[in-house]
Ligand binder design. Sequence first.
Ligand code: NAP
Ligand code: F7E
Length: 384
Amino acid sequence: MREYRTDALPVEERRQDPAALTSCRRPIPTDQVHPLPAPRVQDAHDTPGMNGQRTALITGITGQDGSYLAEFLLENGYEVWGMMRRASTENVERIAHLADRITLVQGDLLDQLSLIRVLEEARPNEVYNFAAQSFVPTSWRQPVLTAEFTAVGVTRMLEAVRAVDPSIRFYQASSSEMFGQAAETPQSETTPFHPRSPYGVAKVYAHFATLNYRESYGLFAVSGILFNHESPRRGIEFVTRKISDGVARIKLGLSTELRLGNLDAKRDWGFAGEYVVATWLMLQQDEPRDYVIATGVQHSVRDFVEAAFEHVGLDPDPYVVIDPDLIRPAEVDELVGDASRGRGELGWEPRISFRELVEMMVDSDLGRLSTGLPASARAGEASA
Ligand code: NAP
Ligand code: F7E
């Protein structure tokens, strides 16, 4: 039975911020291995590259999930390529510590030929398509751009796979936002979609594009329907990181308020470092299939706020301000996932609890802010 290493992820968190782990109620396991299903018959996917390694291309490698997956794949012997779009200022804080172990290549989901060129250069066995405009409120302000990146960009990448090497295994980063105003609770792979934002609509398009290329052309293309997953590397505009950063600032006397929108929204929050392992597992199966990945536990934004303030010994009431401008045109009131297919077929299970996640994030921001590191959204954690 093959085994894979997951120790890199939690160990990395520990190296970055000892306080993040010592504050956890349960120790984060450093020896966890997930047994895989019996090895598959040798096929094109198993053929290693010239240097004997398997090769993966990650789009969106500069993002939260891309950085964790890159670490995981490197620890498991992969040659890792990352696709980045061109920017006048480099945006590599989350992957700076991996710089000498990965190959970065320029490409943009808006540019079909650039995607073909990237695949021709990298010659990957696996493509993880994480790149997207991923912030829900921005999708109302820039709905067309969101559709270009997050929806049509996926068709461009699938076309590039077809053109360059149809044996490439393809992972599409789908989202629980597709369930939106959910028809049932909890949500599983069979729950109908009712997206509530241009982002959700774009992800539904991308999900069905992935299924369609699987059915039309026989690609090994899977859609992972991941519920919210967070970490100290989360962008600062997302609510969990906004709270952890805000609470840390208040605790350190750098701020006096935390402005938030709808505190009653409920989500199923897990730890991103564990979720990327599930994405890899999906590409190691005998057959391509879609999977929901979630903890199955639901909390409100208010719960997150209370846990974060409690962790630093403060009462939230004097600090939290409700800002009507942060209320969305259409809200997803509550989501919680049923990941039993993933548990059964992938052998994947989340280990980090809600409380551990909150404390890990608050401790990381406390460490970052108190050592005087830049407070920009992205600077947060590659080194924190
Ligand atoms: P993230 O931190 O926002 O990262 C998004 C990445 O996409 C960044 O590297 C960004 O590059 C890149 N990107 C954006 N537009 C691009 C373009 N036109 N061409 C090339 N790259 C582009 O997102 P994340 O949290 O890691 O999530 C990864 C994926 O999973 C996304 O597709 C997201 O929609 C999806 N997802 C996330 C969650 C979650 O809870 N985190 C849940 C379900 C699904 P820059 O650095 O240049 O901006
Ligand atoms: O909001 C409420 C807000 O922006 C969560 C993305 O990764 O997960 C993420 O999308 C909830 C919403 O994440 C504030 O109204 C209250 O109900 O952290 P969020 P999201 O919209 O769930 C899914 C699965 C994705 O796929 C997306 O890419 O929190 N909320 N007050 C707030 N949200 C924000 N951002 N800021 C607030 O001040």
